[in-house]
Write a protein that binds this ligand. Structure first.
Ligand code: PLP
Length: 421
């Protein structure tokens, strides 16, 4: 079935009330029929609801629907994009292990891998997403994950997913792809060899800046890569915390199963049923919105490229952009989502332009239906030195836009008056 059809129907089986809208199951717990039923659920002899920290029928629809869009096997929803990323990494690596990450990562993922995971004994090693060959020298027997973003935030680069997954597969290492900015509508990393995807549902999935949430999706047949793989002995040996369960022997998708039974159980970063319901509403229009975001962003990028005050425009949909070829290969119809950035002369010029816009909101978010403008050097990247800003591709004069769903004519006009104010 086509993605737009799956977005409306996948994962929802109507109960006796036959409600068209997916019901919100606002409950903490579920009654067992009898003691045997309870025991069977705990022993996984029978699958069913126990407690909303582990599963919930509304969240279940969100997970199934998102899995269908991504073309995966199973998913686990979490309280935020960051918790989905933490679960994805911590499910593979433990103290003494290392993970290999792209330099071009979301700020939260960078601090998670360089600082927080370090305190847990996990070392992050970095490569340039445009230089996959750098990965080979970083790999050793303790490497558990190669982690990158399909369309990077905030640097707006497009990963050569096939080149990266080929290196990982040669060494039997898992690849985790953050597909937040592209969404499954524009990019489906599993088709290019990725093993696990993670998303912040807080962005395009909700679409209107309504709720924080995340999701981790596992590809079909991942069990074959984990089974008897010496890198992942914890998937092949009895889990003492779950009465000796061997995840690769259960017949269930092992990555999400372990993330649920072990990480979600013990760390508790669960999404609320109400937020899952909001994400389901968002998914219904995701493909319509992504096309419109992409169309608007391309027109805005073309306008900026033609303006004399603008030194450089970063948008992978522009033929002049270094990521154009990858975008054409990996993104549906070459559509590149709503994120773009452009560079003006310096810090002062950039802040003047940001303050002069009327239609754009000064917000550190992306993926809202309302257009957003940010000046990274004075906000998200404030603590970095001039040299560090240049190294991570965020010069002082850089302005980032998350292009919304307003009329593009109005968006261009407002930016034009701000540039010329
Ligand atoms: C926002 C974002 C995250 C973090 O998601 P939260 O839902 O805010 O925790 C992770 N990755 C990318 C690419 C993001 O844009």
């Amino acid at each position: 079935m086509d993605l737009q059809t799956l977005a409306l129907h996948a994962g929802y089986e109507k109960d006796s009330q036959r409600t068209m809208a997916v019901p919100i199951y606002q409950t903490t717990a579920y009654e067992f029929r009898d003691v045997e039923h309870a025991a069977n659920l705990f022993a996984l002899k029978e699958l069913g609801n126990i407690y909303t920290r582990l599963n919930n029928p509304t969240t279940d629809v969100f997970e199934k629907r998102f899995t269908a869009l991504e073309g995966g096997e199973a998913a686990i929803a979490t309280a935020s994009g960051m918790s989905a990323i933490f679960f994805a990494l911590a499910n593979a690596a433990q103290a003494g292990d290392n993970i290999i990450c792209a330099n071009q990562l979301y700020g939260g993922s960078l601090t998670l891998s360089t600082h927080t995971l370090k305190r847990f004994g996990i070392e992050a090693r970095f490569f340039d997403v445009h230089k996959p060959q750098q990965i080979e020298v970083l790999i050793d027997e303790k490497t558990k994950v190669i982690f990158f973003e399909s369309l990077t935030n905030p640097s707006i680069d497009v990963a050569d997913i096939e080149a990266l997954t080929a290196i990982a597969n040669k060494h039997n290492i898992l690849t985790i792809v953050d597909n937040t900015v592209a969404t499954p509508v524009l990019c489906r990393p599993f088709e290019f060899g990725a093993d696990i995807t993670v998303h912040s549902a807080s962005k395009y999935t909700t679409g209107q800046g309504l709720a924080i949430g995340g999701i981790l999706v596992e590809r079909k047949g991942l069990v074959d890569k984990l089974k008897n793989n010496p890198r992942y002995s914890h998937f092949n040996e009895p889990d003492a915390s779950y009465h000796g369960l061997v995840y690769t022997d259960t017949g269930l998708p092992p990555y999400t199963l372990r993330a649920r039974l072990s990480l979600l159980r013990d760390l508790g970063a669960v999404v609320s049923p109400f937020n899952s319901w909001l994400f389901i509403q968002g998914i219904e229009t995701l493909s319509l919105r992504m096309k419109e975001h992409s169309k608007n962003a391309l027109m805005l990028a073309e306008f900026l490229e033609s303006h004399k005050k603008v030194k450089k425009v970063n948008y992978p949909g522009l033929k002049s952009n270094a990521n154009y070829k990858n975008a054409q290969k990996y993104f549906q119809d070459g559509l590149c989502s709503g994120l773009l950035s452009f560079e003006v002369e310096d810090f002062d010029e950039a802040t003047k332009i940001v303050d002069a816009t009327k239609l754009y909101s000064l917000v550190v978010n992306i993926g809202d239906s309302k257009s957003i403008i940010t000046h990274p050097a004075s906000t998200t990247h404030q603590q970095l030195s001039h040299e560090e800003l240049i190294a991570c591709g965020v010069p002082e004069g850089l302005i980032r836009i998350s292009c919304g769903l307003e009329s593009v004519k109005d968006l261009i006009e407002d930016l034009k008056q701000a540039l010329e104010a």
